[in-house]
Design a protein around this ligand. Structure first.
Ligand SMILES: [Zn+2]
Length: 201
């Protein structure tokens, strides 16, 4: 990161860092991370089979220098991504409405984002292009992780808001060519109909 990035990054909770430079090797704090099968299966759909996603333990994450500014990062040389515990939880619990919606949405988005850093394509180091692909595949990925179609669409506005926030705070990473999928608003379901009929009684 250059000075400008460092300054601004310190003011926001950025989702991702690329451990691209200097062959950076982080000091291991034991091997406490987990590699959940479901996250790795979904990751590899979008990375085209490349790499591994690791869920850091809380102690490991707190000791990780990237945790000061980021919620995830990818080491493109060694082909693995590390996610903060709450990001892993959000992605793993995407169908669990007891977990905050923003956490499930951001967990899903970050997982797909890191997958596109791992994928061997020409834009793997381009934050804007990678983020665009994460948005394009967001609802599909949420369903692969276990969300219903309705819940995937329900979570999409959280992903959109996160994406816009990222664009606003890091405008130099914005991909002007990105075409975001439209949000598909929910149609009134039976539960809503029941509520409405209850109100009119
Ligand atoms: Zn990134």
């Amino acid at each position: 990161m250059d000075g400008r990035n460092s300054r601004i990054a310190s003011s926001v909770a950025l989702a991702c860092a690329l451990a691209l430079l200097l062959g950076l090797v982080l000091a291991p704090v034991g091997r406490a991370y987990d590699t959940p099968q479901r996250l790795n299966e979904v990751l590899r759909v979008y990375s085209l089979g490349v790499g591994e996603v690791r869920c850091a333990s809380r102690a490991e994450w707190e000791a990780d220098p990237y945790s000061k500014r980021y919620w995830a990062y990818t080491n493109v040389r060694k082909e693995y991504a590390v996610l903060a515990p709450h990001i892993c939880e959000g992605a793993l619990e995407v169908a669990n409405t007891q977990v905050p919606a923003w956490e499930r949405a951001v967990g899903t988005l970050v997982l797909v984002h890191e997958a596109f850093h791992l994928r061997h394509w020409r834009y793997r180091r381009n934050e804007g292009k990678v983020e665009c692909q994460a948005m394009v595949y967001f609802t599909e990925a949420a369903k692969r992780l276990g969300a219903s179609e309705a819940e995937a669409n329900n979570l999409y506005p959280y992903a959109l808001t996160w994406h816009w926030r990222h664009d606003k705070e890091l405008p130099w990473e914005h991909d002007k060519a990105c075409i975001l999928p439209p949000w598909i608003p929910p149609t009134p379901d039976s539960r809503r109909s029941e509520n409405l009929s209850a109100l009119t009684r």
